[in-house]
Design a protein around this ligand. Structure first.
Ligand code: ZN
Ligand code: ZN
Length: 220
C-alpha cells in the first residue's frame, strides 16, 4: 500500500486483502493498481465493495489491458448490471500504457517477465516495486535507475520458471545499486531471521526480507 496525506493506493488485491485492510485500519482507498492477474494478486477484488459503499463512488483500477481482461472474466458479475437491490464491486477501468498520476505523484509502469507472462512493476519517486518476475528486460532497466528503495521478487534458492531466486535477486541489486532492497513473494524455504543474517554475511546488509506490516518512507 502507498499512502500520502490520508489517501491510499493498494497494489493488487490479494486473497488476504480484507485482513490486510483491517490490520492497517484502511479507512479510505483511492485506487487499486494491479501488477498481473494471477489468483494470489486479484482474488480480494470483491472486498473493494465496502469501499464503494463507504465512499459512494466507483473504485479507479489501473492495470494492463491483459490484466483488465482477466478481471472482467474472473469477476464477470461485477461488470454486468446487478439485479435490483444487489450490490457488486463498482470500478472504473484505466488501461496502463505509460506513466499516470495518483495521489499527486507519477506512477511509471515497469514491464517485466514472469515466465512467459508480461507483468508490471511500478516506479513511484525513488521507490520501485516489482513482485512476481523472473527477468527484467534491458529496456526496463533505465526506468529503475537511481532508486532508493527496491522491492523485488526473491522466491527461494531453487530455480523457479516464473520467479527469481535469491541469487538472481542479489545480482539485480548489484546491478541497480538501490540504497535499500526488500525481498518479497518469499517462499517458506527462506526462514526470516536466518536469511537476513545470511544476506549480511554475503555482503548485502542493505537487503532484507520484507514482512507483513512493514512500513517505510519513500522519497518522491
Ligand atoms: Zn504471479
Ligand atoms: Zn504471486
Amino acid at each position: 500500500m502507498f499512502s500520502r496525506a490520508g489517501h491510499n493506493v493498494v497494489i493488487d488485491t490479494t486473497p488476504d486483502f480484507r485482513q490486510q485492510a483491517l490490520r492497517e485500519k484502511l479507512e479510505q482507498l483511492d485506487a487499486v493498481v494491479y501488477t498481473h492477474s494471477h489468483a494470489d494478486h486479484i482474488l480480494g477484488f470483491d472486498d473493494l465493495r465496502p469501499f464503494n459503499m463507504r465512499q459512494g463512488c466507483a473504485m479507479p483500477i489501473y492495470a494492463s489491458q491483459d490484466t483488465l481482461a482477466a478481471l472482467r472474466r474472473t469477476f464477470a458479475y461485477a461488470f454486468n448490471e446487478p439485479p435490483p437491490g444487489i450490490t457488486i464491486p463498482r470500478v472504473t477501468l484505466h488501461a496502463v500504457n505509460g506513466p499516470f498520476d495518483l495521489l499527486g505523484t507519477s506512477w511509471t509502469p515497469v514491464p517485466a517477465e514472469h515466465g512467459d507472462m508480461s507483468v508490471l512493476g511500478f516506479r513511484v519517486g525513488w521507490l520501485a516495486y516489482l513482485t512476481d518476475f523472473s527477468r527484467v528486460p534491458e529496456e526496463s532497466k533505465p526506468l529503475l535507475a537511481g532508486v532508493d528503495d527496491l522491492v523485488l521478487d526473491a522466491l527461494r534458492d531453487i530455480p523457479h520458471p516464473m520467479h527469481q531466486t535469491v541469487q538472481q535477486a542479489l545480482d539485480l541489486v548489484t546491478e541497480l545499486r538501490p540504497r535499500r532492497a526488500w525481498f518479497t513473494h518469499i517462499a517458506h524455504d527462506l526462514p526470516h531471521q536466518e536469511t537476513n543474517q545470511r544476506l549480511v554475511r554475503q555482503g548485502f546488509p542493505h537487503v532484507q526480507m520484507a514482512y507483513d506490516g512493514l512500513h517505510f518512507e519513500v522519497r518522491l
